[in-house]
Ligand binder design. Structure first.
Ligand SMILES: Cc1cc2nc3c(=O)[nH]c(=O)nc-3n(C[C@H](O)[C@H](O)[C@H](O)COP(=O)(O)OP(=O)(O)OC[C@H]3O[C@@H](n4cnc5c(N)ncnc54)[C@H](O)[C@@H]3O)c2cc1C
Length: 384
């Protein structure tokens, strides 16, 4: 690792974790040190708002900002595909060019693995991507009667709350249009309970939110394939006029093919420091696989990517400036669950608590909805 003089910090990924890390590094480091952010797409999009695109409360451009805006702050932005990572030398290949980092933050997120379930992409609609949320919005605006099946297509997916939030918002939208009595809404989850990592109380509270709105919920139902009008769960099948899904995820291939990869191609970062075991290389957010005391992984959620980004940015700053290392990531996090009609529930707690995560769900209220809106506005106005 270079010592003295200007150093180069490279952040791979321009999502929640990458943008939060690059901003914090730029604020903390003198300008003789370079902060370089690399992303394949020119735009940052804020996934937590996609469900509002689905409901028609946001236009896609309200959730999108050009990453190049970071250059106004002195962050170098490289748009290109990362095709090779050598963590030993911290050498990267981006769009055929070679880049070497003194300090490297890997925040490449998780890839969609929709193809794992035959027919899912062809016959289902997802709110998990911006174009998908737009198409789903059109379908929801059209439906007058029938059956909507909201599924999680694997036990491991991004944002454990999102599928339940989607079902609650779909219910609220149908009620607002006066067609709810003609449209059945069901949730079938691959996992054994809603948000199981958050514990039995949170699972029960989310189930109650669904039951209160007449949404039939069945856990442990892994979708195995889909065809027009029908969803298959192993030996059983159900009708679905509209299939709404959260896709399975997989590790980004560039990580899975690198020396950083552990089980399933994910990175096993240290739970507190996010160190990878390679000197000067840290991993944050969805591309990490941090196994909790209960044997399940820390959920893939932006709230964790954001906190981890700050820890890593402060650690790198401390290394460069010779100051003491900061406290590590402590496992705290929370998320809003929109329930419709301007209300949201809010679950928060310590996911690193021993022997099991200690998380509580606050009942739906207007203030949690406004908390979600306020955070969204801060990201869109201040981050980029
Ligand atoms: C519908 C939905 C709603 C959500 N709601 C919430 C919420 O309310 N609260 C919450 O905490 N979390 C939420 N999440 C989860 C949250 O969006 C993710 O956990 C978060 O974005 C992870 O941040 P990240 O930086 O690790 O990855 P990402 O934000 O996914 O960023 C990764 C970036 O790396 C880029 N990339 C990947 N591979 C390459 C490559 N080879 N070369 C170049 N660039 C590459 C990608 O294009 C992407 O820009 C939601 C997710 C979805 C889908």
């Amino acid at each position: 690792m270079a010592t003295g003089g200007g150093q180069t910090v490279v952040v791979l990924g321009g999502g929640i974790g990458g943008v939060a890390a690059a901003n914090r590094l730029r604020r903390r480091l003198d300008r003789d040190h370079r902060v370089v952010l690399v992303n394949r797409d020119p735009d940052f999009t804020y996934a937590a708002s996609y469900l509002w695109v689905m409901t028609g409360s946001r236009r896609p451009e309200q959730t999108t900002r050009p990453l190049k805006r970071l250059e106004r702050r002195g962050i170098e932005v490289m748009i290109g595909e990362v095709t090779d990572i050598d963590p030993t030398t911290r050498t990267l290949t981006v769009g055929g060019r070679t880049l070497t980092a003194d300090h490297l933050v890997v925040a490449l997120g998780a890839d969609w693995a929709t193809d794992k379930v035959p027919g899912l992409g062809d016959h289902g609609h997802t709110y998990a991507t911006l174009p998908g949320a737009q198409r789903l919005a059109a379908e929801l605006a059209r439906i007058e009667s029938g059956r909507i099946a909201v599924v999680t297509a694997a036990p491991l997916y991004k944002c454990p709350a999102a599928p339940y939030e989607a079902a609650l918002l779909i219910d609220a939208g149908l009620r607002a249009r006066g067609v709810r009595d003609r449209v059945q809404v069901v949730v079938r989850s691959a996992e054994p309970a809603p948000m199981p990592v958050a514990g039995a109380n949170v699972s029960a509270a989310v189930q109650q939110l669904l039951a209160d709105r007449g949404i039939d919920y069945q856990p442990g139902r892994q979708i195995t394939s889909a065809e027009p009008g029908t969803v298959h769960f192993g030996d059983t099948s159900e009708d679905a006029d509209l299939l709404v899904y959260m896709p399975p995820i997989s590790a980004p291939p560039v990580i899975a093919n690198s020396a950083l990869a552990a089980d399933g191609g994910w990175i096993h970062a240290h739970p507190a420091t996010l160190a990878t075991g390679f000197e000067g290389v840290y991993a944050i957010g969805d591309n990490t696989h941090i196994v909790l005391g209960i044997g399940k992984p820390l959920p893939r959620a932006g709230v964790f990517a954001h906190s981890q980004a700050h820890v890593v940015a402060d650690t790198i700053t401390a290394t460069i400036t010779g100051k003491p290392a900061p406290a590590g990531f402590d496992g705290h996090g929370g998320c809003f669950i929109e329930t419709g009609a301007g209300r949201a529930a809010y679950g928060s707690g310590n996911f690193y608590a021993d022997p099991a995560p200690k998380v509580a769900l606050h009942t739906p209220a207007r203030r949690w909805h406004w908390g979600k809106v306020t955070f969204e506005q801060r990201v869109m106005r201040r981050w980029l």
